[in-house]
Design a protein around this ligand. Structure first.
Ligand SMILES: Cc1cc2nc3c(=O)[nH]c(=O)nc-3n(C[C@H](O)[C@H](O)[C@H](O)COP(=O)(O)OP(=O)(O)OC[C@H]3O[C@@H](n4cnc5c(N)ncnc54)[C@H](O)[C@@H]3O)c2cc1C
Length: 630
């Protein structure tokens, strides 16, 4: 009993240190968790933070995020290899497991806390017109802060990667790698073994709990002429209940999925709170031979016998390359960094998915997910005992739809808008959502003030293949200074048009009989900067999408993969950095074009495939294992 009390107190202290005193409900939650689920606090099951680093390893992986965790797990399968995984953040706290609380992790110490430079044509409702770029700084990286939506993308995304000069990245090549990591818990989907698999490290499950709005969204889709489908199967256009990277109703981050089971491997060292500041590249041979890092306020150097692999994410992998002398020569010279390799593409080609954040509908019956309403002893017990109930809800996101605006060719099955359909909206947990999204108090009050805490549903219409491209630059050569982020959202007119049509299609959902049954009506408030424009005109919607321009946090592309003939490519199709040997990049930054959907599953796939590429490069053929395509 005394031990359990100690564990609750420790978990509670950690939770409070992460999210502060925002929730009266935390002690109740932790007490019930400890009572029913004591083993989840068992420190033995967590990755071990190595105390002393060896001077040298075969492989050094920088960043234990979605990609880095997978890579460390797979490379350390080879008993003869020594692997070091370096992570700037600490271990995942228990509070991060609770799906309904994910927004409370934003701007906490688990978040790098990046913000873009002021944007003239987007994020106008945000403080200083700066978009928020939430990024995980914790074991598991952004997979600890994300909303766990499991979407693979469209077959054409990968066929396009291949056609851009990246052999081995076509859909049929990458499908086995999606399946390799998957443990599909929906028996109906698992039967379709062409697309799904069981037994992998990554648990993928249906929502254990939902509101009546979920099935209504699906019915609305059918009414609009779309099919109810498996969006990770043969086709993508249609409506479906989301699946989540969850295990028994709790978050299944990549650290939990891929590192916890292998934590006792003698050849894998994991060093947390270790901030890598530079890759060491020999100026003459141009070989990466180690990294410099700061840990416990001391600078360390660790050497790599075989390779250094950057999995630090779209912002930090590009930053680290530039700090190490790989990047646009002129920019590096301006920063006073000796140029190792002039690579003009580093920090360019930045892509993201954005959605319009103010598409909310009021409903009459008390069916929505309102945070204050669902947090109580009963729901805590349900979560702790059954892994069910409203606390397992991913902030109310229940249904996904892939739809076509008039700009997409509907016969292609390559839709241009994704809807994230939620039994909630910005007004459902007003303070926290506003804080996480960075919208001003004034904007919130004017747009959502009078519906705070009322029953609503929301639709985020998200553009899938934006044409606008952003870029990243160093602020200085100090590795602790954040880089400058220029997302350039909506700078391409096509993106504005697709977003505008996406909003209109979202409004049509509210007009279906399925949603009208709930008394659905669009929350029709003119957005502050757009009041001069006539309601429901194209001009109005174009203004609308530039206000509450919500990133869906899919930053990618800053270290583009491409053939040697492409001057903007930074890594080759085996993810090796051009011009430097012994250095690869494996994370969301290598995407040449962004995938058609949420990108966590594709990043995990990239890491699975990269692990095999690395094994193929260093192991004799007989000892390699390839995932089966069957
Ligand atoms: C709030 C949020 C919600 C999201 N929701 C979804 C979703 O529902 N579904 C989905 O598919 N995708 C979602 N995403 C996107 C998805 O989670 C990310 O695209 C994915 O996790 C990126 O993986 P990565 O490996 O590239 O980077 P990350 O997972 O961010 O990992 C990078 C790691 O490197 C570490 N690192 C960085 N620099 C250094 C350094 N110098 N030294 C040491 N370590 C370093 C970081 O701390 C981090 O742990 C979301 C993302 C966020 C932030």
């Amino acid at each position: 009993m005394a031990v359990a009390l100690g564990v609750v107190t420790a978990a509670l202290k950690t939770a409070v240190s992460v999210i502060g005193f925002k929730l009266w409900f935390l002690p109740t939650l932790f007490a019930t968790l400890a009572y029913y689920n004591y083993d989840i606090f068992d420190p033995e099951s967590r990755p071990i933070n190595v105390r002393t680093l060896r001077p040298e390893y075969d492989f050094i992986i920088v960043g234990a995020g979605s990609a880095g965790s997978v890579l460390a797990s797979r490379l350390s399968e080879v008993p003869g290899w020594s692997v070091l995984l370096l992570e700037a953040g600490g271990d995942e706290p228990e509070i991060a497991d609770v799906p309904i609380l994910s927004l409370y992790l934003h701007k906490s110490r688990l978040d790098w806390g990046y913000r873009s430079q002021p944007q003239p044509g987007a994020c106008q409702a945000m403080e200083d017109q700066r978009c928020i770029w939430t990024r995980g700084k914790v074991m598991g990286g952004s997979s600890v802060l994300n909303t766990m939506l499991y979407i693979r993308g469209n077959r054409r995304d990968f066929d396009q990667w291949e056609s851009l000069g990246n052999p081995g990245w076509g859909y049929e090549d990458v499908l086995p790698y999606f399946k390799k990591s998957q443990d599909q818990r929906n028996p109906y989907l698992a039967r379709n073994t062409r697309y799904h698999a069981t037994g992998g490290y990554l648990t993928v499950q249906d929502a254990p709990w939902g509101t009546p709005l979920g099935p209504a969204f699906i019915q609305a889709g059918v009414e609009m002429g779309y099919d109810h489908i498996d969006v990770n199967g043969a086709n993508q256009t249609g409506f479906a209940f989301f699946q989540y990277t969850m295990r028994r109703g709790s978050r299944c981050s990549t650290s939990k999925a891929f590192l916890r089971p292998v934590r006792l491997r003698k050849n894998l060292d994991i060093a947390m709170l270790s901030h890598v500041t530079k890759v060491l590249v020999h100026p003459k041979t141009r070989r990466a031979y180690g990294v410099e890092l700061v840990r416990n306020r001391a600078t360390h150097t660790v050497l790599a016998k075989k390779e250094v692999i950057l999995s630090a994410g779209t912002v930090n992998s590009a930053q680290l390359l530039m700090l190490s002398g790989v990047g646009p020569a002129k920019h590096l010279q301006e920063m006073g960094i000796p140029v190792v390799q002039d690579s003009p593409g580093v920090g360019q080609n930045v892509m993201d998915h954005i959605a319009a954040g103010a598409v909310a509908f009021l409903v009459d019956p008390p069916v929505s997910l309102i945070v204050d309403r669902v947090m109580n002893l009963n729901t805590a017990l349900k979560y702790a005992y059954e892994g069910s109930g409203p606390l397992t809800s991913s902030v109310g996101i229940e249904v996904v739809a892939f739809v076509n605006t008039k700009y997409a060719n509907a016969s292609d099955d390559w839709p241009d808008i994704e809807f994230m359909m939620m039994a909630s909206s910005t007004s459902s947990d007003a303070r926290q959502t506003r804080h996480a999204h960075g919208i001003t108090q004034k904007f919130y009050d004017e747009v959502f003030g009078n519906i705070t805490g009322r029953d609503v549903f929301g639709i985020f219409p998200m553009i899938l293949r934006p044409k606008s491209r952003g870029y990243l630059k160093l602020r200085s050569k100090n590795p602790m200074e954040y880089p400058l982020i220029f997302p350039n959202y909506l700078t391409h007119p096509n993106d504005v048009a697709v977003m505008r049509e996406g909003v209109k299609t979202a409004l049509a959902v509210g007009e279906t009989t399925a949603m009208r049954r709930f008394g659905a009506r669009f929350h029709r408030v003119k957005l502050p900067n757009c009041r001069h424009l006539p309601d429901f005109t194209d001009e109005y919607w174009e203004c609308f999408v530039r206000q509450y321009t919500l990133t869906i946090y899919h930053m990618s592309g800053s270290v583009k993969m491409g053939p040697a003939s492409d001057p903007s490519a930074v890594v080759d199709p085996e993810l090796r950095v051009y011009g430097v040997t012994g250095l690869r990049v494996v994370d969301a930054s290598i995407m040449p074009t962004i995938t058609n959907g949420n990108i966590n599953a594709p990043v995990i796939m990239i890491a699975e495939k990269a692990a095999d590429l690395i094994k193929a490069a260093w192991l004799p053929p007989a000892s390699r294992q390839r995932p089966s395509a069957s």
